[in-house]
Design a protein around this ligand. Structure first.
Ligand SMILES: [Ca+2]
Ligand SMILES: [Ca+2]
Ligand SMILES: [Ca+2]
Ligand SMILES: [Ca+2]
Length: 235
């Protein structure tokens, strides 16, 4: 059986993922666990969250493991039976098993318009969306995919994201990220700024301590905490 995702804690930070559970975010819990086990260097833990139930479940399996087991997985790329079993259970419960039983996919790979199963069963019997004007029916996965598939554009109406001043839509995380995502730059309007050491140049606060020098004098990266890295004992 094949699995379609890597599943190590540190990959969370690199791949950028999951949802919140309880008071602490998954990223915080991953950071705490890696630190408790002495597997993380000092510094800012770079980790981004987004919501995939399976990922949350997969990571939790590893969070429950002992430090020794986590070290084996993260540093030595070893499989730990109890963690693997737990993760296979996550995929069975939350994922989609191809009809021919050959593969288990992430739930979001079901009806996403790409055939991921060899037998194409992940794209069979998928829901459709009726355009508001009643003229056409498109696939559900074509709603909120940033392309107008209905003549009246109703498949893209009311979708999440930020609507630019010119009416275009960009993802919610485009707002105040220091990059121009709307052609009219309205996604960066009124965002906090960082003043470079020369006192003249201003850049987006989002670019302060982001690892790249954006001020001409590089002062936006001066005195920033280092980025935490995975530490593997040499023994
Ligand atoms: Ca698919
Ligand atoms: Ca669309
Ligand atoms: Ca932006
Ligand atoms: Ca910077």
């Amino acid at each position: 059986m094949r699995w379609s995702m890597p599943s190590t804690l540190f990959a969370v930070a690199v791949l950028a993922i999951p949802a919140c559970k309880g008071d602490k975010s998954l990223c915080d819990r991953v950071e705490d666990r890696l630190r408790d086990c002495g597997l993380l260097s000092e510094g800012r833990f770079e980790c981004q969250e987004f919501e995939i139930d399976e990922w949350d479940c997969l990571v939790n399996c590893e969070l429950d493991a002992t430090c020794e087991e986590i070290r084996a997985i993260e540093c030595d790329d070893e499989k730990v039976a109890s963690v693997t079993e737990c993760q296979q259970d996550c995929m069975k419960r939350l994922g989609f098993t191809c009809k021919d039983g050959s593969e288990v996919l992430l739930g979001l790979q079901r009806c996403d318009g790409d055939e991921d199963c060899d037998d194409g069963s992940d794209e069979a019997d998928c829901p459709t969306f009726q355009c508001k004007d009643g003229k056409a029916t498109v696939m559900q996965y074509q709603t909120c995919d940033w392309r107008e598939d209905c003549d009246d554009g109703s498949d893209e109406a009311g979708c999440p994201g930020f609507v630019c001043a010119n009416g275009n839509r960009v993802t919610a995380d485009s707002v105040c990220n220091g990059r121009r995502d709307c052609l009219d730059n309205s996604d960066e309007a009124g965002c906090p700024v960082f003043t470079c050491r020369d006192g003249k140049q201003e850049i987006s606060e989002a670019l302060h301590c982001d690892g790249d020098e954006d001020c001409d004098d590089g002062s936006d990266e001066a005195g920033c905490p280092p980025v935490a890295e995975l530490v593997c004992p040499s023994s």
